[in-house]
Write a protein that binds this ligand. Sequence first.
Ligand SMILES: *Cc1c(COP(=O)(O)O)cnc(C)c1O
Length: 371
Amino acid sequence: MKDSLVSCDYIALATQGVQGLNPYLPGKPIEELERELGISNIVKLASNENPLGPGEAVKEALQSGVADLSRYPDGNAFLLKAALAEKYQVDQAQLIIGNGSNDVLELLGRAYLVAGESEVIYTAHSFAVYPLVTQACGAKAVVVPAKDWGNDLDAMADAITDRTRLIFVANPNNPTGTWSRREELLKFLDRVPEQVIVVLDEAYAEYVTDEAYPDGIELLKKYDNLIVTRTFSKAYGLASLRVGYSISNLAIADVLNRVRQPFNVNSFAQLAAVAALSDQEYLQKSREINSSGLEQLENAFNKLGLYFIPSVGNFISVDFQREAMPIYNELLKLGVIVRPVANYKMPTFLRVSVGLESENQKFIDALQKVL
Ligand SMILES: *Cc1c(COP(=O)(O)O)cnc(C)c1O
């Protein structure tokens, strides 16, 4: 949009990295589709949100926070750090709490990337925030081709140069749902020089039950250049509050703390996260709903003869072997919002988040109609 009253080119004044950025494309909000089509009963399976809604413990915790609304939150998030440190048996000073785990990814870029100099390695089709952070900081993205849609850790290690500062490894990855096994990850970490920081993004760790899935937090003892990020947005069901965290060695945490906004995590997010951590029943239910929902979707795709990438997350990407955008648009008309992934260079796929059984069924029925 060109504003004719503005004579100066303020786009051209932005840093080179920012000039080349495309803003993050979120899933379409339910209210927006309601306004556009004048329909209700919309099912949104587009942002990997928890279909269970908030748990009772969280709702109570939020109520208790209202009285302190006029106060700044605890900038050190003491209670949340204490709860996480206890749960994972780490030092509180190893923790950085973020306004979503995306916040921590941004902090890493701010702290460690030098414009025009640093290189960042990640895999093709991996989480959209990695290119955003890299580009915003003016660093060079080294995008390694995927292997079976997932991380090719050998190729990622081969891509390291003396300019490499960060490597983003999503385990599991979004939008592909692929994951790396413990032995592969260890072999990779053994090859990464100590001055290169490996960001192990475990946003969906709570959903993964396979015994070969590595627990990044365990690995922190062995690898000083590792930082693990996790979130309350997915299995803990707090996406709207924006709260996530990282665990690393003390020095990396110290660095991130220097660039962090003083009050980056609001008080409701902190209260809710503490409550959510203690509600293991909710977590268990999330897992159960997710594994049965994944099975429901896989069965439907199999019946329809559609290829999908096997996923261990709370979403699944399905391939229509033709441009998927028209299918996405037809689904919208039937009140079902899923996620196009053309921006991930997967133009023939749609990503579907796992919903409640009835929501999944509504999607399956709509898809059958569209096809
Ligand atoms: C959803 C997601 C996150 C978490 O984002 P928040 O900012 O914590 O909501 C991080 N990484 C990946 C790969 C994700 O899909």
